[in-house]
Design a protein around this ligand. Structure first.
Ligand SMILES: [Zn+2]
Length: 301
């Protein structure tokens, strides 16, 4: 695998750095001009740093946008660089706040940054409704830590999403993905009462059979593509159109086609979905590389 060039990686880091500076200038400006509108201080349920996550998302959006436009693959090294840069940005924002505020003792000597930061951190207090809470003391450092965590998480969110997207190494571009087929591999969900033991057991068996059949069909499709039997592959795809009812079944196999906009080559990806909602399980059962001709055959109209 060819690692993205230095120049391309710098482009991504610069993209993120500029949106970070923009986001922090904006929050700093809001805090200064309104007096108490501190986005970085927004918390949900006292513990989820919503504000820092939001600011981090905006700040880090440049990393995602730049790597998407330039087709720079997000590698582990690049992700680590983004993480470090975001920590540095956060530290800089704290220092900038101090510099703007320029605290001084009564005799005019400036208060050192560390003293100021410690004081501000220990005086962090949560407000609930109109009631101002007590200063948190040392726990304030925990709040600061959450703030940093939220900010950094927000920033790496877009790069992490991109990292999981199919990528064409040859053209250095992200591929576009579309669903080509959805193979049923389950039954409509059903609830049984305790006394309906036999019916429940029959349902379970039928569900297992449907699961094995759907999975087998998808594997047959992958095998046909691998062997270059594209007509058969096309027929199998056409026999399992993407329909809403299938998504409701207890199991289904999603067949997705990723295509590189430059060379028209691509990938066929099969994933088994079982369960719904929070019980949802996703398992990849295979990825097959496709030549441009094969992409053309399988591409949905
Ligand atoms: Zn390509």
């Amino acid at each position: 695998m060819a690692a993205p060039s230095r120049k391309a990686q710098m482009y991504v880091l610069l993209g993120g750095a500029s949106t970070s500076v923009g986001a922090l200038s904006l929050t700093g400006w809001l805090a200064r001009s309104t007096g108490d509108f501190n986005v970085m201080g927004w918390y949900a349920n006292y513990i989820i740093p919503i504000g820092p996550i939001l600011v981090g998302l905006v700040a880090g959006s440049g990393y995602g946008i730049a790597s998407w436009i330039r087709g720079v693959k997000i590698t582990r090294g690049l992700l680590a660089a983004v993480l470090l840069l975001q920590c540095a940005t956060y530290a800089y924002a704290q220092f900038d706040e101090y510099r703007t505020f320029a605290p001084a003792y009564e005799d005019g000597t400036p208060v050192p940054f560390t003293t100021y930061y410690d004081f501000v951190t220990r005086s962090i207090a949560f407000q609930s409704g109109a009631k101002e809470g007590k200063p948190l003391g040392a726990i304030g450092y925990g709040v600061r830590f959450l703030e940093l965590l939220g900010f950094v998480f927000g920033a790496v969110f877009a790069p992490i999403v991109l990292k999981s997207k199919p990528y064409c190494e040859r053209c250095s571009r992200y591929m576009k993905t579309r669903a080509v087929a959805l193979v049923p591999a389950g039954l409509p969900p059903k609830q049984f009462k305790k006394e309906e033991y036999e019916a429940a057991e029959a349902y379970r068996k039928e569900q297992q059979t449907a699961f094995a059949r759907g999975r087998g069909e998808a594997q047959g499709l992958l095998a046909a593509v691998l062997a270059g039997r594209m007509e058969e592959a096309h027929r199998l795809c056409a026999a399992a159109p993407v329909r809403k009812e299938i998504r409701q079944l207890t199991g289904r196999v999603a067949i997705d086609l990723s295509r590189c906009p430059s060379c028209s080559g691509g990938l066929l990806l099969a994933r088994v979905f079982s369960g719904q909602g929070k019980d949802l399980r996703i398992e990849s059962i295979g990825t097959v590389p496709l030549a441009p001709v094969a992409v053309r055959v399988l591409q949905p109209a």
